[in-house]
Design a binder for this molecule. Structure first.
Ligand SMILES: [Mg+2]
Length: 238
């Protein structure tokens, strides 16, 4: 069997459904405020590399985030910024070691996934270095079968919610049908995109976050534990 779950004649051998998990602010809570820390480093980067005032840096950062799903995509598109340097100075510079800690309940939840039916897969808009670092700190890196990430070495950058990014995740994970795929993410635009794409989409909105006026996914949950109720078929029977 090849890495993509196809036999020599091209027929799929691994018929399992894929469950895609976003990483940041999804596998660890927003209350860790890593998003805020990252925001400070991103604004610093905008100020130092584009010569902007703090206010202008913040405005531009938010605009790119809204337009592209990632600040770096706007930077790379409009300012010829090197994404790898940005990754080094922003994501990889985050002081995560004391911040992100293993969560026994999360580990239990992931361990309870029925792996005979479901392939757990990471799906992040971060570069591979950041994604791997976070799941290692959470001590759950052994519970996923792979990762689809935003490759900062390839331009233009491809990230959620671009349709081609969902295509990439399907291809890399060996998923057969969009309708059989599950996905949880804290980002509204990513969930709008994935639902349109045909995935069973769950929007994680923690109690401290602002809820959209109308739910955007098939389910809206306040914590990952609720996935057990959304999709009982995903988990092993007790
Ligand atoms: Mg996220």
């Amino acid at each position: 069997m090849s890495a993509n779950g196809h036999s020599a004649d091209g027929a799929p051998t691994d018929q399992r459904s894929v469950f895609f998990f976003d990483i940041d602010n999804c596998l660890y809570p927003k209350s860790y405020k890593i998003h805020d820390l990252m925001g400070v480093l991103i604004d610093n980067y905008f100020q130092n590399h584009l010569g902007l005032t703090q206010d202008d840096a913040e405005t531009l950062h938010q605009r790119y985030y809204k337009d592209y799903g990632l600040a770096i995509e706007g930077l790379a598109r409009h300012h010829r910024v090197d994404p790898l340097e940005y990754n080094r100075l922003v994501d990889d510079a985050l002081p995560l070691d004391g911040l992100i800690k293993p969560d026994p309940k999360l580990r239990q939840l992931l361990e309870n996934i029925d792996r005979t039916k479901i392939k757990p897969w990471l799906f992040t808009n971060a570069h591979i270095t950041h994604g791997q670092r976070v799941v290692k700190l959470l001590e759950i890196d052994d519970l996923f079968e792979g990762i689809t990430y935003c490759d900062y070495t390839v331009q233009p950058l491809l990230c959620k919610p671009a349709v081609a990014m969902y295509d990439k995740a399907m291809r890399e994970s060996g998923a057969q049908n969009a309708a059989d795929c599950y996905f949880v993410d804290d980002s509204m635009i990513n969930i709008i995109g994935s639902k349109k794409y045909g995935w069973k989409s769950v929007h994680l909105v923690e109690p401290m976050s602002t809820s959209p006026p109308q739910p955007v996914g098939h389910f809206q949950i306040a914590g990952l534990e609720e996935l057990r109720h959304c999709f009982p078929e995903v988990f092993k029977k007790p």
